[in-house]
Design a protein around this ligand. Structure first.
Ligand code: ADP
Length: 489
């Protein structure tokens, strides 16, 4: 659809864009990214025919750009116009009608029935039809942007060129505009080339990207190929970290702000833990990066308060998430900042241990009941009914740990738990075989993310050794505590 071959161009004989080559297929949403002043707008001006090329060629629908008359070009390519002062005294409908100009034959022709039909259709598509008689200045920024998009679409272009179309738009309007454009690429095979500076939006919407720097093409590819930590760091000379989008498989980048006064060192240990009959609560002075299977705020996040709450054996679990949220709120633990677990085990039987190692330390807190012991390899014979008796394990690491260390830490702790049940000969009452845990166990690994960097937590890594031994010891003691209580009954 569009072939840019060795394109060079700029102003007053000075090349800004240098030897850029890429191709765009029909129906593709193609994004151009690059630092300020890298030549994105200049490239767009050359593609829209506003700026002559110094070198190279641009093929548009199998014909060279230079062989199109401006009127011919306007039937194929539309450029989303930037806000201009004079447009403000026109009505929405009039502005959209201007988009039909390219299709009228001869000067001073009036719009045909077909033109009217197209104008109405694009106004409806872009959601501006309801205020077609309003003046542009009576509309919000997002609505104005949609009017200009309607004008561009009224041209019925094959190719739409956009320069930072979401500039000045709030979150909802950004999404709305880009959803609409994306839909047009899918449904109408519209080909879109857009300059962006918001990398995360670009990654979400574009099929492929061009990254340019100092006028040169650095990389062309899918968002996953182009938005790479190292590449973006080099080109923008800025520290960034790649992370996942929670819903769609597209890369996202997080900016890392300069550290301001948050170098306060602290060590998570017993002094931050409070216990009463109802709960165990650990309140950290600063948020910890946590990964857990908790009831409230499971998954990964930054949290400051960690609650393991005792509930009665007859606790009704149909709505346990909601009930637990109400409980935490009533107790003054903000849901945005709290990880919450529950157990029928008595809080008195909880066990904790602080283990200091070379350059880092670990604080482990466990509550363990095995009334609900299950052999995981034979879980199929069990019903799915909730039974009390749960092993809840908290592992706080005073150190900076990697993503793999979080997962390995959970695996190592689980291996230790399985070993405890084996060594204590705890059986699954249904199968008579040695149990591996209970059906409602929960685990948390949380780290200060300060101090020593610990990449691994497998069973023989320094951190893994501490977790393996510490979790084993704590679960053994906690099970013994709750068993002693049972025996005394
Ligand atoms: P970007 O869109 O990536 O921010 P531009 O293409 O707007 O970058 O600008 C690239 C370079 O071209 C800048 O150094 C800018 O100063 C220069 N430039 C842009 N427009 C003109 C112009 N009309 N005349 C001369 N130089 C220009």
């Amino acid at each position: 659809m569009l072939t840019i071959q060795g394109v060079t161009g700029g102003y007053n004989g000075r090349s800004i864009v240098k030897d850029v080559t890429f191709q765009i297929q029909e129906g593709e949403f193609f994004g151009v990214l690059g630092p300020n002043g890298s030549g994105k707008t200049t490239l767009l001006k050359m593609i829209s025919g506003l700026l002559p090329l110094i070198g190279g060629s641009i093929q548009m629908i199998e014909k060279d750009l230079s062989s199109y008359s401006s009127k011919e070009l306007a039937k194929i390519v539309a450029v989303l116009p930037q806000l201009s002062g004079e447009a403000f005294s026109y009505t929405v409908e009039e502005i959209v009608q201007l988009g039909r100009y390219a299709h009228q034959s001869g000067l001073f022709q009036s719009l045909t029935f077909n033109d009217d039909h197209i104008v109405e259709k694009v106004m409806k598509q872009t959601g501006v039809y309801e205020f077609k008689n309003k003046l542009l200045h009576e509309l919000s920024g997002g609505e104005q942007q949609r009017v200009f998009l309607a004008q561009a679409l009224a041209q019925q272009p094959k190719i739409l060129l956009l320069d930072e179309p979401t500039n000045h738009l709030d979150l909802a309007y950004q999404k709305e505009l880009l959803d609409l454009i994306k839909r047009m690429t899918k449904e109408n095979r519209l080909t879109v080339l857009s300059v962006f500076h918001d990398m995360n939006l670009t990654a979400l919407y574009c099929d492929r990207l061009l990254l340019i720097n100092n006028g040169k093409a650095i990389k062309v590819g899918t968002p996953g190929e182009v938005i790479q930590e190292k590449l973006i760091q080099q080109v923008y000379d800025t520290q960034v970290k790649k992370h996942i989008h929670p819903i769609v498989p597209k890369p996202q980048l997080a900016i890392i702000p300069e550290k301001l006064n948050d170098d306060t060192m602290f060590v998570i240990d017993e002094k931050f833990l409070q216990r009463d009959e109802e709960s165990l609560v650990l309140k950290s002075p600063l948020p910890l990066k946590a990964m857990s299977s908790a009831v409230i705020n499971p998954g990964v996040g930054w949290f400051q308060t960690f609650v393991n709450r005792h509930v009665s054996k007859d606790y009704q679990c149909e709505n346990h998430h909601e009930e637990m949220a109400e409980y935490l709120t009533a107790k003054g633990y903000p849901l945005t900042n709290t990880v919450g677990m529950m157990t029928a085990v008595m809080m008195e039987d909880a066990v904790w241990k602080y283990i200091n190692s070379e350059g880092f330390s670990v604080f482990i807190v466990v509550t363990a009941g095995v009334g609900n012991a299950v052999d995981a390899s034979r879980g199929v014979v069990h019903s799915s009914a909730y039974l009390p008796g749960t092993i809840n394990t908290w592992i706080f690491v005073n150190g900076e740990i990697s993503d793999e260390a979080y997962i390995q830490g959970i695996a190592t702790a689980t291996e230790s738990k399985v070993k405890v049940l084996h060594d204590l000969n705890i059986k699954d009452p249904r199968t008579g075989t040695i149990a591996t845990g209970t059906s409602t166990d929960s685990i948390l690994v949380a780290a200060t993310q300060k101090g020593e960097y610990l990449q691994y937590a497998g069973t023989i890594a320094p951190l893994g050794k501490v977790i393996g031994q510490g979790v084993y010891d704590c679960i053994v003691s906690a099970i013994k505590n709750s068993r002693t209580r049972m025996d005394m009954k």
